[in-house]
Ligand binder design. Structure first.
Ligand code: NAD
Ligand code: WQD
Length: 335
């Protein structure tokens, strides 16, 4: 299985889940947002280092060589830029990397007769949903270039599958991935100031940041702060394995929400994380962040019924595992 973006947060954890299930992942990453040190951590956990190519998904010749040399049967495509705010400042870089990267990958797969793709989509394609929980048939929209890149790629995959029905396209729409591998040796390692809530919280807890800014407490939610469906990254990783095993070789477009079906507010997250790290976390209420929605959580029933997958790790484990990773690796993968 070729795993593009395999050194990143979700890709590296999915590599563990693939190996645990007896698959043979081959990683490809240009390391623009990750570190090669993750490979040693994977080896320490599994006893085996996965094969790794330091390459860009926009390099079609290199991709074709890897697909042939490694006799790849399916691709899980994580490689992308993913920061919403940054995407509004440098949209061309986002379209170039995410769209061109996917188009080149599809061309290479076609040339090598690989027809199974599992794509990292996002709950962001639901825009501001009319109601929750969100089901897969809800209308799609985008409010920023990052989200639009995901939406356009979904449509490209649908168009290609309609034209060439032997393609198996699986669109996995992730809600909010958090947590880390239970060992505490692998986790999320954002560069610079974290955009997302959980890594920001872990950095406040370890003393790398002074306090959390909560973006708005006047939303129509349980306590006024934004509500999201946080999902443990290992549950998400296992969802990829189930999806791959179910959809491999089945022509069609297969779309699944990967979430827990439960929503927690920012204040509930702060309280849960304080319990995990054993001390209070300083925060203040700030203005709403432009583009944020009030609440968002999944209806994960389709994945449960068709893939036999459901998230099993609760909020306490998400926080405990994030904290174990952050506290034993205060500067991430840096030696
Ligand atoms: P990440 O940045 O940790 O991982 C992405 C990896 O892709 C990185 O290792 C990066 O170096 C690599 N990469 C980027 N462009 C590349 C290119 N052109 N060629 C080769 N490698 C390239 O991000 P993540 O959180 O692991 O996200 C993985 C995927 O899941 C992304 O597609 C992201 O959009 C999607 N997603 C993430 C979230 C989230 O909150 N983390 C939510 C929904 C969807
Ligand atoms: C969660 C909640 C914030 C940071 C983003 C992308 C989405 C997907 C997942 C990729 C919100 C609040 C946050 C902070 C805060 N990524 N917050 N202070 O916005 O739900 O989703 O990541 O596909 O596309 O948009 O996640 O973690 O940024 O925010 O108060 O410092 O925490 O307002 O309510 P979000 P998040």
């Amino acid at each position: 299985i070729l795993v593009t973006g395999g050194c990143g947060y979700i890709g590296s954890h999915t590599t563990l889940a693939l190996m645990a299930a007896g698959h043979e992942p081959v990683l490809l990453d240009n390391l623009c947002n990750s570190k090669q040190a993750v490979l040693g951590r994977i080896e320490a956990i599994t006893g085996r280092a996965p094969r790794f190519y330091h390459a860009d998904v926009r390099d079609q010749a290199r991709l074709e060589q890897v697909l042939r040399d490694e006799q790849i049967e399916a691709v899980i495509h994580f490689a992308a830029l993913k920061a919403v705010g940054e995407s509004t400042r440098i949209p061309l870089d986002y379209y170039e990397n995410n769209l061109t990267g996917t188009l080149v990958l599809l061309r290479a797969m076609k040339a090598c007769n690989v027809r199974t793709l599992v794509f990292s989509s996002s709950a962001t394609v639901y825009g501001d949903p009319a109601s929750v929980p969100i089901r897969e048939h809800f209308p799609r929209s985008a409010t920023n270039p990052y989200g639009r890149s995901k939406l356009i790629i979904e449509q490209v995959l649908e168009d290609l599958q309609a034209a060439e029905p032997d393609w198996s396209m699986t669109l996995l729409r992730y809600f909010n991935p958090v947590g880390a591998h239970e060992s505490g040796t692998m986790g999320e390692d954002p560069q610079g100031i974290p955009n997302n809530l959980m890594p920001f919280l872990t950095q406040v807890a370890i003393g790398r940041r002074e306090r959390l800014s909560i973006f708005g407490n006047d939303y129509p939610t349980v306590d006024g702060t934004g509500v999201r469906d946080y999902i443990h990254v290992m549950d998400l990783a296992e969802g990829h394995v189930k999806a791959l095993e179910h959809c491999h070789g089945k022509g069609g477009v297969h779309t699944y929400n990967l979430g827990t079906g439960k929503g927690y507010s920012v204040l509930q997250m702060v309280a849960a994380f304080s319990r995990a790290c054993g001390h209070e976390l300083p925060y203040h209420i700030d203005a709403r962040r432009p583009g944020d929605i009030a609440e968002c959580w999944a209806d994960p029933a389709k994945a449960e019924q068709e893939l036999g997958w459901q998230a099993t790790r609760d909020l306490t484990s998400m926080c405990a595992d994030s904290w174990r990773w952050q506290s034993s690796n205060p500067t991430g993968y840096e030696e």
